[in-house]
Design a binder for this molecule. Sequence first.
Ligand code: ATP
Length: 606
Amino acid sequence: MSLRSLTSSRRIRDIFGNTTQLLRLVWQATPLYLVLSLIVTGVKALLPALMLVVNKAIVDLVIANWGNSDLDWQPFIDLVVMRFALSLLGGILNQVNLYVSQIFNDKFVLYANYVLLEKAIQLDLAHFESAEFYDTLSRAQSSGISYPQKVVKTITALFGQALTLVSLLGLLIQFNWTIVPLLFFTSLPSFWTSVIYSGRRYWMMRRETQAGRLSDYLKQVLTQQSFAKEVRLFNLGEHLLREWRGIRQDFNSKSAVIAERYAKMRGISGVLVSIGFYFAYGWTLVRTVAGQISVGDFTMYTGAFSQSQELLPAILQNIAQIYESNLYVSQFFEFLSLKPQVIDAVYAEPFPQPIRKGLVLQDVTFTYPGASKPTLCNLNLQIKPGESIALVGLNGAGKTTLLKLITRLYDVESGMITIDDIPLQNISLPELRNNIGVLNQDFARYQLSAKDNISFGNLTKRDNLALIEEAAINAGANRVIETLEEGYQAILGKMFKGGVELSGGQWQKIGMARAFMSNAPILILDEPTAALDAIAEYELFEKFRALTAGKMTFFVSHRFSTVQLADRIVVLENSRIVEVGSHQELMSNKGLYAQMFGLQASSYNL
Ligand SMILES: Nc1ncnc2c1ncn2[C@@H]1O[C@H](COP(=O)(O)OP(=O)(O)OP(=O)(O)O)[C@@H](O)[C@H]1O
Protein backbone atom coordinates (compact mmCIF):
# COMPACT_ATOMS: atom_id res chain seq x y z
CA MET A 1 0.00 0.00 0.00
CA SER A 2 1.41 3.38 -0.94
CA LEU A 3 2.03 5.92 1.77
CA ARG A 4 -0.58 8.25 0.31
CA SER A 5 -3.40 5.68 0.13
CA LEU A 6 -2.48 4.56 3.61
CA THR A 7 -2.84 8.18 4.70
CA SER A 8 -6.26 8.56 3.11
CA SER A 9 -7.69 5.34 4.48
CA ARG A 10 -6.52 6.10 7.97
CA ARG A 11 -7.50 9.74 7.91
CA ILE A 12 -11.08 9.61 9.18
CA ARG A 13 -10.35 6.90 11.73
CA ASP A 14 -7.35 8.82 12.99
CA ILE A 15 -9.16 12.12 13.49
CA PHE A 16 -10.18 11.20 17.00
CA GLY A 17 -8.02 8.07 17.10
CA ASN A 18 -6.19 8.61 20.36
CA THR A 19 -8.63 11.00 21.94
CA THR A 20 -10.14 8.56 24.44
CA GLN A 21 -6.70 7.38 25.50
CA LEU A 22 -5.58 10.97 25.74
CA LEU A 23 -8.58 12.09 27.75
CA ARG A 24 -7.91 9.22 30.15
CA LEU A 25 -4.36 10.52 30.51
CA VAL A 26 -5.64 14.05 31.17
CA TRP A 27 -8.13 12.72 33.66
CA GLN A 28 -5.33 10.91 35.51
CA ALA A 29 -3.18 14.04 35.40
CA THR A 30 -5.67 16.56 36.70
CA PRO A 31 -9.38 15.64 36.94
CA LEU A 32 -10.31 18.77 38.88
CA TYR A 33 -8.83 21.21 36.42
CA LEU A 34 -10.22 19.33 33.45
CA VAL A 35 -13.74 19.69 34.86
CA LEU A 36 -13.15 23.33 35.85
CA SER A 37 -11.81 24.12 32.42
CA LEU A 38 -14.84 22.55 30.72
CA ILE A 39 -17.29 24.39 32.99
CA VAL A 40 -15.67 27.79 32.41
CA THR A 41 -15.46 27.18 28.65
CA GLY A 42 -19.07 25.97 28.56
CA VAL A 43 -20.50 28.99 30.34
CA LYS A 44 -18.39 31.37 28.26
CA ALA A 45 -19.59 29.69 25.09
CA LEU A 46 -23.22 30.64 25.69
CA LEU A 47 -22.47 34.35 26.08
CA PRO A 48 -22.31 35.38 22.36
CA ALA A 49 -25.84 34.10 21.59
CA LEU A 50 -27.22 35.70 24.79
CA MET A 51 -25.53 38.95 23.84
CA LEU A 52 -27.12 38.88 20.36
CA VAL A 53 -30.58 38.30 21.86
CA VAL A 54 -30.13 41.24 24.27
CA ASN A 55 -28.83 43.43 21.41
CA LYS A 56 -31.83 42.54 19.26
CA ALA A 57 -34.17 43.41 22.15
CA ILE A 58 -32.40 46.79 22.60
CA VAL A 59 -32.57 47.65 18.86
CA ASP A 60 -36.27 46.67 18.63
CA LEU A 61 -37.05 48.65 21.79
CA VAL A 62 -35.23 51.69 20.39
CA ILE A 63 -37.17 51.49 17.10
CA ALA A 64 -40.50 50.91 18.88
CA ASN A 65 -39.95 54.03 20.99
CA TRP A 66 -38.45 56.14 18.20
CA GLY A 67 -39.45 59.81 18.89
CA ASN A 68 -41.65 58.81 21.87
CA SER A 69 -41.47 61.65 24.45
CA ASP A 70 -43.42 59.83 27.12
CA LEU A 71 -41.45 56.64 27.35
CA ASP A 72 -40.79 54.25 30.25
CA TRP A 73 -36.99 53.98 30.77
CA GLN A 74 -37.15 50.89 33.00
CA PRO A 75 -37.02 48.26 30.14
CA PHE A 76 -34.01 50.15 28.65
CA ILE A 77 -32.24 50.18 32.00
CA ASP A 78 -32.95 46.46 32.52
CA LEU A 79 -31.59 45.52 29.08
CA VAL A 80 -28.46 47.67 29.38
CA VAL A 81 -27.75 46.27 32.88
CA MET A 82 -28.23 42.77 31.44
CA ARG A 83 -25.81 43.56 28.61
CA PHE A 84 -23.30 45.03 31.08
CA ALA A 85 -23.65 41.94 33.33
CA LEU A 86 -23.03 39.65 30.36
CA SER A 87 -19.93 41.51 29.25
CA LEU A 88 -18.67 41.64 32.86
CA LEU A 89 -19.23 37.91 33.19
CA GLY A 90 -17.36 37.40 29.89
CA GLY A 91 -14.38 39.41 31.22
CA ILE A 92 -14.31 37.53 34.51
CA LEU A 93 -14.58 34.15 32.78
CA ASN A 94 -11.70 35.10 30.47
CA GLN A 95 -9.45 35.72 33.47
CA VAL A 96 -10.60 32.57 35.27
CA ASN A 97 -10.05 30.64 32.07
CA LEU A 98 -6.51 31.96 31.72
CA TYR A 99 -5.71 30.93 35.29
CA VAL A 100 -7.36 27.52 35.03
CA SER A 101 -5.69 26.69 31.71
CA GLN A 102 -2.28 27.72 33.00
CA ILE A 103 -2.53 25.41 36.03
CA PHE A 104 -4.18 22.72 33.90
CA ASN A 105 -1.37 22.85 31.32
CA ASP A 106 1.39 22.85 33.90
CA LYS A 107 -0.10 19.82 35.64
CA PHE A 108 -0.66 17.99 32.39
CA VAL A 109 2.83 18.65 31.02
CA LEU A 110 4.36 17.46 34.29
CA TYR A 111 2.27 14.29 34.23
CA ALA A 112 2.88 13.53 30.53
CA ASN A 113 6.64 13.95 31.03
CA TYR A 114 6.50 11.80 34.12
CA VAL A 115 4.74 8.98 32.24
CA LEU A 116 7.28 9.23 29.44
CA LEU A 117 10.27 9.03 31.79
CA GLU A 118 8.60 6.30 33.84
CA LYS A 119 8.30 4.25 30.65
CA ALA A 120 11.94 5.00 29.74
CA ILE A 121 13.21 3.47 33.00
CA GLN A 122 11.09 0.34 32.51
CA LEU A 123 12.60 -0.41 29.11
CA ASP A 124 15.54 -2.70 28.45
CA LEU A 125 19.10 -1.81 27.63
CA ALA A 126 18.33 -3.41 24.23
CA HIS A 127 15.96 -0.54 23.48
CA PHE A 128 18.70 1.97 24.18
CA GLU A 129 20.99 0.12 21.79
CA SER A 130 18.64 0.29 18.81
CA ALA A 131 18.23 3.04 16.22
CA GLU A 132 14.47 2.41 15.87
CA PHE A 133 14.06 3.03 19.58
CA TYR A 134 15.77 6.42 19.30
CA ASP A 135 13.47 7.32 16.41
CA THR A 136 10.45 6.49 18.55
CA LEU A 137 11.88 8.27 21.56
CA SER A 138 12.82 11.31 19.56
CA ARG A 139 9.35 11.53 18.03
CA ALA A 140 7.72 11.05 21.42
CA GLN A 141 9.92 13.71 22.97
CA SER A 142 9.81 16.29 20.24
CA SER A 143 6.10 16.18 19.53
CA GLY A 144 4.86 13.83 22.17
CA ILE A 145 4.49 16.29 24.99
CA SER A 146 3.46 19.43 23.15
CA TYR A 147 0.84 17.71 21.02
CA PRO A 148 -1.17 15.99 23.78
CA GLN A 149 -1.31 19.43 25.35
CA LYS A 150 -2.42 20.95 22.03
CA VAL A 151 -5.12 18.33 21.55
CA VAL A 152 -6.51 18.92 25.02
CA LYS A 153 -6.52 22.67 24.41
CA THR A 154 -8.20 22.20 21.04
CA ILE A 155 -10.80 19.79 22.40
CA THR A 156 -11.71 22.21 25.18
CA ALA A 157 -11.90 25.06 22.67
CA LEU A 158 -13.94 22.87 20.34
CA PHE A 159 -16.35 22.06 23.13
CA GLY A 160 -16.88 25.78 23.75
CA GLN A 161 -17.13 26.59 20.04
CA ALA A 162 -19.64 23.78 19.48
CA LEU A 163 -21.84 25.13 22.28
CA THR A 164 -21.62 28.66 20.87
CA LEU A 165 -22.39 27.38 17.37
CA VAL A 166 -25.40 25.35 18.54
CA SER A 167 -26.80 28.40 20.34
CA LEU A 168 -26.19 30.61 17.25
CA LEU A 169 -27.69 28.02 14.91
CA GLY A 170 -30.67 27.87 17.28
CA LEU A 171 -31.19 31.57 16.44
CA LEU A 172 -30.54 31.12 12.70
CA ILE A 173 -32.93 28.20 12.29
CA GLN A 174 -35.75 30.55 13.31
CA PHE A 175 -34.83 32.60 10.25
CA ASN A 176 -34.57 29.75 7.73
CA TRP A 177 -33.24 26.22 8.25
CA THR A 178 -31.60 26.07 4.79
CA ILE A 179 -29.09 28.63 5.94
CA VAL A 180 -27.44 26.00 8.13
CA PRO A 181 -26.46 23.51 5.38
CA LEU A 182 -25.41 26.49 3.22
CA LEU A 183 -22.97 27.63 5.85
CA PHE A 184 -21.78 24.08 6.40
CA PHE A 185 -21.15 23.12 2.77
CA THR A 186 -19.34 26.31 1.86
CA SER A 187 -16.96 25.74 4.81
CA LEU A 188 -16.29 22.06 4.07
CA PRO A 189 -13.56 22.43 1.39
CA SER A 190 -11.54 24.57 3.77
CA PHE A 191 -11.75 21.78 6.36
CA TRP A 192 -10.64 19.06 3.94
CA THR A 193 -7.76 21.20 2.78
CA SER A 194 -6.53 21.40 6.37
CA VAL A 195 -6.94 17.67 6.94
CA ILE A 196 -5.13 16.71 3.76
CA TYR A 197 -2.21 19.09 4.22
CA SER A 198 -1.70 18.46 7.90
CA GLY A 199 -1.56 14.75 7.04
CA ARG A 200 1.06 15.40 4.39
CA ARG A 201 3.10 17.46 6.77
CA TYR A 202 2.95 14.76 9.42
CA TRP A 203 4.15 11.99 7.09
CA MET A 204 6.91 14.24 5.83
CA MET A 205 8.03 14.88 9.43
CA ARG A 206 7.87 11.17 10.17
CA ARG A 207 9.98 10.29 7.14
CA GLU A 208 12.49 12.90 8.26
CA THR A 209 12.92 11.53 11.80
CA GLN A 210 16.29 9.92 11.11
CA ALA A 211 17.59 13.03 9.37
CA GLY A 212 16.27 15.17 12.23
CA ARG A 213 18.04 13.01 14.76
CA LEU A 214 21.24 13.17 12.76
CA SER A 215 21.09 16.96 12.73
CA ASP A 216 20.38 16.98 16.49
CA TYR A 217 23.33 14.68 16.98
CA LEU A 218 25.61 16.94 14.94
CA LYS A 219 24.40 19.85 17.05
CA GLN A 220 25.43 17.96 20.15
CA VAL A 221 28.84 17.18 18.67
CA LEU A 222 29.29 20.88 18.00
CA THR A 223 28.14 22.01 21.43
CA GLN A 224 29.07 19.37 23.98
CA GLN A 225 32.13 19.13 26.12
CA SER A 226 32.83 15.48 25.35
CA PHE A 227 33.41 16.37 21.68
CA ALA A 228 34.83 19.88 22.10
CA LYS A 229 38.44 18.74 22.25
CA GLU A 230 38.43 16.55 19.12
CA VAL A 231 36.28 18.95 17.12
CA ARG A 232 39.01 21.54 17.59
CA LEU A 233 42.05 19.31 17.26
CA PHE A 234 40.80 17.68 14.04
CA ASN A 235 39.29 20.92 12.68
CA LEU A 236 35.91 19.22 12.35
CA GLY A 237 33.84 22.32 13.20
CA GLU A 238 33.29 23.82 9.73
CA HIS A 239 32.68 20.45 8.11
CA LEU A 240 30.10 19.33 10.69
CA LEU A 241 28.40 22.72 10.66
CA ARG A 242 28.00 22.47 6.88
CA GLU A 243 26.57 18.96 7.22
CA TRP A 244 24.13 20.18 9.86
CA ARG A 245 23.03 23.13 7.75
CA GLY A 246 22.58 20.89 4.70
CA ILE A 247 20.20 18.59 6.56
CA ARG A 248 18.19 21.50 7.98
CA GLN A 249 17.99 23.25 4.59
CA ASP A 250 16.82 20.07 2.92
CA PHE A 251 14.10 19.76 5.55
CA ASN A 252 13.08 23.39 5.11
CA SER A 253 12.73 23.06 1.36
CA LYS A 254 10.49 19.97 1.73
CA SER A 255 8.43 21.85 4.30
CA ALA A 256 8.20 24.90 1.97
CA VAL A 257 6.75 22.80 -0.88
CA ILE A 258 3.91 21.61 1.35
CA ALA A 259 3.37 25.10 2.82
CA GLU A 260 3.08 26.63 -0.66
CA ARG A 261 0.48 24.10 -1.89
CA TYR A 262 -1.43 24.43 1.37
CA ALA A 263 -1.54 28.24 1.08
CA LYS A 264 -2.93 28.04 -2.50
CA MET A 265 -5.64 25.57 -1.53
CA ARG A 266 -6.55 27.61 1.57
CA GLY A 267 -6.93 30.71 -0.60
CA ILE A 268 -9.31 28.95 -3.01
CA SER A 269 -11.46 27.35 -0.29
CA GLY A 270 -11.53 30.71 1.58
CA VAL A 271 -13.26 32.37 -1.40
CA LEU A 272 -16.05 29.76 -1.22
CA VAL A 273 -16.58 30.55 2.48
CA SER A 274 -17.02 34.27 1.66
CA ILE A 275 -19.48 33.52 -1.15
CA GLY A 276 -21.64 31.54 1.28
CA PHE A 277 -21.64 34.36 3.80
CA TYR A 278 -22.54 37.15 1.40
CA PHE A 279 -25.32 35.08 -0.08
CA ALA A 280 -26.91 34.64 3.38
CA TYR A 281 -26.28 38.31 4.22
CA GLY A 282 -28.06 39.54 1.08
CA TRP A 283 -30.99 37.26 1.77
CA THR A 284 -31.51 38.68 5.30
CA LEU A 285 -31.24 42.20 3.92
CA VAL A 286 -33.93 41.50 1.32
CA ARG A 287 -36.32 40.11 3.96
CA THR A 288 -35.73 43.05 6.31
CA VAL A 289 -36.39 45.61 3.54
CA ALA A 290 -39.52 43.64 2.63
CA GLY A 291 -40.66 44.11 6.24
CA GLN A 292 -40.74 40.34 6.92
CA ILE A 293 -38.35 40.63 9.88
CA SER A 294 -37.56 43.50 12.25
CA VAL A 295 -34.35 45.60 12.23
CA GLY A 296 -33.49 43.98 15.59
CA ASP A 297 -33.86 40.60 13.88
CA PHE A 298 -31.61 41.84 11.05
CA THR A 299 -28.84 42.78 13.51
CA MET A 300 -29.30 39.51 15.38
CA TYR A 301 -29.32 37.27 12.30
CA THR A 302 -26.46 39.01 10.52
CA GLY A 303 -24.52 38.92 13.81
CA ALA A 304 -25.33 35.22 14.18
CA PHE A 305 -24.35 34.68 10.52
CA SER A 306 -21.06 36.42 10.75
CA GLN A 307 -20.20 34.76 14.07
CA SER A 308 -21.20 31.31 12.79
CA GLN A 309 -19.34 32.07 9.61
CA GLU A 310 -16.20 32.68 11.65
CA LEU A 311 -16.95 29.86 14.00
CA LEU A 312 -17.75 27.06 11.59
CA PRO A 313 -14.42 27.12 9.74
CA ALA A 314 -12.72 27.62 13.09
CA ILE A 315 -14.47 24.49 14.36
CA LEU A 316 -13.60 22.54 11.24
CA GLN A 317 -10.08 23.91 11.48
CA ASN A 318 -9.90 22.68 15.06
CA ILE A 319 -11.15 19.26 14.01
CA ALA A 320 -8.42 19.24 11.38
CA GLN A 321 -6.01 20.38 14.09
CA ILE A 322 -7.12 17.51 16.32
CA TYR A 323 -6.51 15.18 13.42
CA GLU A 324 -3.02 16.56 12.94
CA SER A 325 -2.25 16.55 16.63
CA ASN A 326 -3.65 13.05 16.96
CA LEU A 327 -1.11 11.84 14.45
CA TYR A 328 1.62 13.29 16.62
CA VAL A 329 -0.03 12.15 19.83
CA SER A 330 0.03 8.62 18.40
CA GLN A 331 3.83 8.93 18.60
CA PHE A 332 3.57 9.60 22.30
CA PHE A 333 1.39 6.51 22.79
CA GLU A 334 3.62 4.54 20.43
CA PHE A 335 6.44 5.12 22.89
CA LEU A 336 4.26 4.29 25.89
CA SER A 337 3.24 1.03 24.26
CA LEU A 338 6.83 -0.26 24.04
CA LYS A 339 7.29 -3.34 26.17
CA PRO A 340 10.44 -4.57 27.90
CA GLN A 341 11.65 -8.01 26.81
CA VAL A 342 13.55 -8.65 30.02
CA ILE A 343 10.61 -9.34 32.27
CA ASP A 344 10.60 -9.53 36.04
CA ALA A 345 9.69 -12.86 37.63
CA VAL A 346 6.02 -13.05 38.61
CA TYR A 347 6.60 -15.51 41.44
CA ALA A 348 10.16 -14.60 42.33
CA GLU A 349 12.45 -16.89 44.30
CA PRO A 350 14.76 -15.19 46.81
CA PHE A 351 18.38 -14.61 45.83
CA PRO A 352 20.41 -17.32 47.61
CA GLN A 353 22.06 -15.91 50.72
CA PRO A 354 24.79 -17.04 50.88
CA ILE A 355 25.49 -18.58 47.49
CA ARG A 356 26.31 -22.25 48.15
CA LYS A 357 26.72 -24.00 44.83
CA GLY A 358 27.64 -21.16 42.55
CA LEU A 359 26.76 -19.76 39.16
CA VAL A 360 26.37 -22.05 36.18
CA LEU A 361 26.20 -21.29 32.45
CA GLN A 362 24.54 -24.16 30.60
CA ASP A 363 24.78 -24.09 26.83
CA VAL A 364 24.32 -20.32 26.77
CA THR A 365 23.81 -18.84 23.33
CA PHE A 366 23.05 -15.22 22.60
CA THR A 367 22.50 -13.16 19.46
CA TYR A 368 22.01 -9.39 19.51
CA PRO A 369 18.68 -8.26 18.04
CA GLY A 370 19.16 -7.79 14.31
CA ALA A 371 22.59 -9.50 14.26
CA SER A 372 23.13 -12.26 11.73
CA LYS A 373 25.16 -14.58 13.94
CA PRO A 374 25.45 -15.28 17.67
CA THR A 375 27.88 -13.28 19.76
CA LEU A 376 28.04 -16.11 22.29
CA CYS A 377 27.58 -19.75 21.36
CA ASN A 378 27.03 -22.76 23.65
CA LEU A 379 28.94 -21.48 26.65
CA ASN A 380 29.30 -23.88 29.56
CA LEU A 381 30.97 -22.84 32.79
CA GLN A 382 30.64 -23.35 36.54
CA ILE A 383 31.81 -20.69 38.95
CA LYS A 384 32.10 -21.46 42.63
CA PRO A 385 31.06 -19.00 45.33
CA GLY A 386 33.93 -16.70 46.18
CA GLU A 387 35.83 -17.57 43.00
CA SER A 388 37.36 -14.84 40.86
CA ILE A 389 37.19 -15.18 37.11
CA ALA A 390 39.05 -13.12 34.54
CA LEU A 391 37.49 -12.93 31.08
CA VAL A 392 40.05 -12.62 28.34
CA GLY A 393 39.76 -12.35 24.58
CA LEU A 394 40.35 -10.10 21.63
CA ASN A 395 38.25 -6.96 21.08
CA GLY A 396 34.69 -7.96 20.23
CA ALA A 397 35.07 -11.51 21.57
CA GLY A 398 31.95 -11.14 23.72
CA LYS A 399 33.33 -10.56 27.23
CA THR A 400 31.11 -7.57 28.02
CA THR A 401 28.15 -9.35 26.42
CA LEU A 402 28.54 -12.27 28.81
CA LEU A 403 28.48 -9.86 31.75
CA LYS A 404 25.30 -8.28 30.33
CA LEU A 405 23.67 -11.72 30.41
CA ILE A 406 24.73 -12.35 34.01
CA THR A 407 23.20 -9.02 35.07
CA ARG A 408 20.11 -9.69 32.87
CA LEU A 409 20.53 -6.54 30.84
CA TYR A 410 19.75 -9.05 28.10
CA ASP A 411 18.23 -12.51 28.40
CA VAL A 412 19.92 -15.57 26.95
CA GLU A 413 18.55 -16.74 23.64
CA SER A 414 18.92 -20.41 24.54
CA GLY A 415 20.49 -22.29 27.40
CA MET A 416 20.34 -21.11 30.97
CA ILE A 417 22.21 -19.21 33.67
CA THR A 418 21.51 -20.35 37.22
CA ILE A 419 22.62 -19.35 40.68
CA ASP A 420 22.37 -22.26 43.12
CA ASP A 421 20.18 -23.99 40.53
CA ILE A 422 17.74 -21.05 40.35
CA PRO A 423 17.42 -19.70 36.80
CA LEU A 424 18.20 -15.95 36.75
CA GLN A 425 14.73 -15.31 35.27
CA ASN A 426 13.16 -16.64 38.49
CA ILE A 427 14.89 -14.09 40.71
CA SER A 428 13.30 -10.65 40.99
CA LEU A 429 15.23 -8.22 38.80
CA PRO A 430 15.85 -5.54 41.46
CA GLU A 431 16.98 -8.24 43.91
CA LEU A 432 19.32 -9.79 41.35
CA ARG A 433 20.85 -6.42 40.60
CA ASN A 434 21.12 -5.50 44.28
CA ASN A 435 23.27 -8.58 44.65
CA ILE A 436 25.71 -7.64 41.92
CA GLY A 437 28.16 -4.74 42.27
CA VAL A 438 29.21 -3.42 38.87
CA LEU A 439 31.89 -1.25 37.33
CA ASN A 440 31.09 -1.04 33.65
CA GLN A 441 33.62 -0.44 30.92
CA ASP A 442 31.64 2.65 29.90
CA PHE A 443 30.70 3.59 33.45
CA ALA A 444 28.59 6.67 34.00
CA ARG A 445 30.08 9.99 35.00
CA TYR A 446 27.22 11.63 36.87
CA GLN A 447 27.56 15.39 36.81
CA LEU A 448 26.44 15.41 40.45
CA SER A 449 28.20 15.40 43.82
CA ALA A 450 31.01 12.96 44.61
CA LYS A 451 28.76 11.58 47.34
CA ASP A 452 25.98 10.88 44.84
CA ASN A 453 28.43 9.37 42.38
CA ILE A 454 29.54 6.81 44.95
CA SER A 455 26.30 6.23 46.86
CA PHE A 456 24.37 5.45 43.67
CA GLY A 457 25.99 2.01 44.05
CA ASN A 458 23.69 1.34 46.99
CA LEU A 459 20.87 3.85 47.31
CA THR A 460 19.64 2.41 50.61
CA LYS A 461 22.94 3.55 52.18
CA ARG A 462 23.11 6.92 50.49
CA ASP A 463 23.41 8.80 53.79
CA ASN A 464 25.88 6.42 55.36
CA LEU A 465 28.99 8.60 55.04
CA ALA A 466 31.22 6.05 56.78
CA LEU A 467 30.32 3.43 54.17
CA ILE A 468 30.80 5.89 51.32
CA GLU A 469 34.24 6.79 52.64
CA GLU A 470 35.16 3.14 53.03
CA ALA A 471 34.15 2.43 49.42
CA ALA A 472 36.17 5.44 48.30
CA ILE A 473 39.25 4.25 50.24
CA ASN A 474 38.96 0.74 48.77
CA ALA A 475 38.85 2.14 45.26
CA GLY A 476 41.60 4.70 45.91
CA ALA A 477 39.04 7.47 45.26
CA ASN A 478 39.48 9.02 48.70
CA ARG A 479 42.64 10.79 47.63
CA VAL A 480 40.85 12.29 44.67
CA ILE A 481 38.05 13.56 46.89
CA GLU A 482 40.46 14.93 49.50
CA THR A 483 41.85 17.32 46.88
CA LEU A 484 38.38 18.77 46.24
CA GLU A 485 37.54 21.86 48.24
CA GLU A 486 34.06 20.65 49.06
CA GLY A 487 35.03 17.02 49.53
CA TYR A 488 32.15 14.61 49.07
CA GLN A 489 29.75 17.49 48.37
CA ALA A 490 31.83 18.70 45.41
CA ILE A 491 30.05 18.59 42.08
CA LEU A 492 31.95 16.47 39.57
CA GLY A 493 32.15 17.35 35.88
CA LYS A 494 31.82 20.71 34.22
CA MET A 495 28.16 20.64 33.27
CA PHE A 496 26.99 22.59 36.33
CA LYS A 497 28.28 25.69 38.02
CA GLY A 498 31.21 25.09 40.40
CA GLY A 499 31.74 21.58 39.04
CA VAL A 500 35.26 20.11 39.03
CA GLU A 501 36.48 18.02 36.11
CA LEU A 502 38.38 14.84 36.92
CA SER A 503 40.86 12.90 34.86
CA GLY A 504 39.84 9.62 33.20
CA GLY A 505 41.63 7.59 35.90
CA GLN A 506 40.13 9.68 38.70
CA TRP A 507 36.66 9.12 37.30
CA GLN A 508 37.39 5.41 37.12
CA LYS A 509 38.27 5.33 40.80
CA ILE A 510 34.95 7.03 41.59
CA GLY A 511 33.16 4.45 39.41
CA MET A 512 34.95 1.66 41.21
CA ALA A 513 34.00 3.10 44.60
CA ARG A 514 30.39 2.92 43.40
CA ALA A 515 30.83 -0.80 42.68
CA PHE A 516 32.26 -1.30 46.17
CA MET A 517 29.33 0.46 47.84
CA SER A 518 27.18 -2.61 48.05
CA ASN A 519 27.97 -5.72 49.97
CA ALA A 520 26.87 -7.73 46.95
CA PRO A 521 28.17 -11.32 46.81
CA ILE A 522 28.90 -10.94 43.08
CA LEU A 523 31.25 -8.29 41.76
CA ILE A 524 31.69 -7.39 38.11
CA LEU A 525 34.59 -5.19 37.04
CA ASP A 526 34.82 -4.54 33.31
CA GLU A 527 38.28 -3.11 32.54
CA PRO A 528 38.79 -1.86 36.13
CA THR A 529 42.35 -0.72 35.60
CA ALA A 530 42.12 0.60 32.03
CA ALA A 531 42.55 4.25 33.02
CA LEU A 532 44.60 3.78 36.19
CA ASP A 533 48.20 4.87 36.51
CA ALA A 534 50.84 2.29 37.43
CA ILE A 535 50.78 3.18 41.13
CA ALA A 536 47.00 3.10 41.39
CA GLU A 537 46.96 -0.23 39.55
CA TYR A 538 49.58 -1.63 41.89
CA GLU A 539 47.67 -0.44 44.95
CA LEU A 540 44.49 -2.04 43.64
CA PHE A 541 46.33 -5.34 43.14
CA GLU A 542 47.58 -5.17 46.69
CA LYS A 543 44.05 -4.83 47.96
CA PHE A 544 42.38 -6.98 45.36
CA ARG A 545 42.20 -10.21 47.35
CA ALA A 546 40.90 -8.45 50.44
CA LEU A 547 38.31 -6.50 48.43
CA THR A 548 37.01 -9.53 46.59
CA ALA A 549 37.33 -11.99 49.48
CA GLY A 550 34.21 -14.14 49.68
CA LYS A 551 32.77 -12.53 46.54
CA MET A 552 32.28 -14.20 43.21
CA THR A 553 34.20 -11.79 40.99
CA PHE A 554 34.20 -11.43 37.24
CA PHE A 555 36.62 -9.06 35.68
CA VAL A 556 37.56 -8.23 32.17
CA SER A 557 40.99 -6.91 31.45
CA HIS A 558 43.45 -6.61 28.61
CA ARG A 559 46.27 -6.14 31.10
CA PHE A 560 47.76 -9.50 31.92
CA SER A 561 49.21 -8.21 35.18
CA THR A 562 45.59 -7.80 36.31
CA VAL A 563 44.39 -11.04 34.74
CA GLN A 564 46.88 -13.08 36.74
CA LEU A 565 45.06 -12.14 39.93
CA ALA A 566 42.11 -14.35 39.01
CA ASP A 567 41.58 -17.86 40.38
CA ARG A 568 40.63 -18.94 36.88
CA ILE A 569 40.91 -17.32 33.49
CA VAL A 570 38.27 -17.86 30.80
CA VAL A 571 39.39 -17.19 27.24
CA LEU A 572 36.76 -16.32 24.63
CA GLU A 573 37.29 -16.58 20.90
CA ASN A 574 34.84 -16.71 17.97
CA SER A 575 31.81 -16.72 20.28
CA ARG A 576 33.03 -19.67 22.31
CA ILE A 577 35.03 -20.44 25.43
CA VAL A 578 38.29 -21.84 24.13
CA GLU A 579 40.34 -22.12 27.31
CA VAL A 580 39.71 -22.18 31.06
CA GLY A 581 42.31 -22.47 33.79
CA SER A 582 44.77 -20.72 36.07
CA HIS A 583 47.54 -18.55 34.65
CA GLN A 584 50.08 -21.37 35.00
CA GLU A 585 47.77 -23.93 33.41
CA LEU A 586 47.00 -21.72 30.44
CA MET A 587 50.63 -20.80 29.98
CA SER A 588 51.62 -24.46 29.82
CA ASN A 589 48.73 -25.11 27.38
CA LYS A 590 50.49 -22.76 24.95
CA GLY A 591 47.14 -21.75 23.45
CA LEU A 592 45.62 -18.35 22.67
CA TYR A 593 46.17 -17.09 26.22
CA ALA A 594 49.87 -17.94 26.20
CA GLN A 595 50.19 -16.34 22.78
CA MET A 596 48.52 -13.08 23.89
CA PHE A 597 50.49 -13.02 27.13
CA GLY A 598 53.72 -13.53 25.22
CA LEU A 599 52.95 -10.65 22.86
CA GLN A 600 52.20 -8.24 25.70
CA ALA A 601 55.21 -9.36 27.74
CA SER A 602 57.52 -8.95 24.73
CA SER A 603 56.41 -5.36 24.23
CA TYR A 604 57.47 -4.62 27.83
CA ASN A 605 60.84 -6.30 27.33
CA LEU A 606 61.85 -3.99 24.54
N1 ATP B 1 24.22 -3.61 21.46
C1 ATP B 1 24.77 -4.36 20.52
N2 ATP B 1 24.08 -4.70 19.43
C2 ATP B 1 24.62 -5.48 18.47
N3 ATP B 1 25.87 -5.96 18.54
C3 ATP B 1 26.62 -5.67 19.60
C4 ATP B 1 26.10 -4.84 20.67
N4 ATP B 1 27.07 -4.71 21.60
C5 ATP B 1 28.11 -5.43 21.15
N5 ATP B 1 27.85 -6.00 19.96
C6 ATP B 1 28.73 -6.88 19.18
O1 ATP B 1 28.98 -8.03 19.93
C7 ATP B 1 30.32 -8.43 19.83
C8 ATP B 1 30.92 -8.58 21.24
O2 ATP B 1 30.96 -7.31 21.86
P1 ATP B 1 31.48 -7.15 23.36
O3 ATP B 1 31.30 -5.73 23.74
O4 ATP B 1 30.85 -8.18 24.21
O5 ATP B 1 33.00 -7.51 23.15
P2 ATP B 1 34.20 -7.45 24.19
O6 ATP B 1 34.83 -8.80 24.18
O7 ATP B 1 33.75 -6.94 25.52
O8 ATP B 1 35.14 -6.40 23.44
P3 ATP B 1 36.21 -5.31 24.01
O9 ATP B 1 37.41 -6.06 24.43
O10 ATP B 1 36.50 -4.47 22.81
O11 ATP B 1 35.54 -4.57 25.11
C9 ATP B 1 31.01 -7.38 18.98
O12 ATP B 1 31.13 -7.93 17.67
C10 ATP B 1 30.08 -6.21 18.94
O13 ATP B 1 30.08 -5.60 17.70
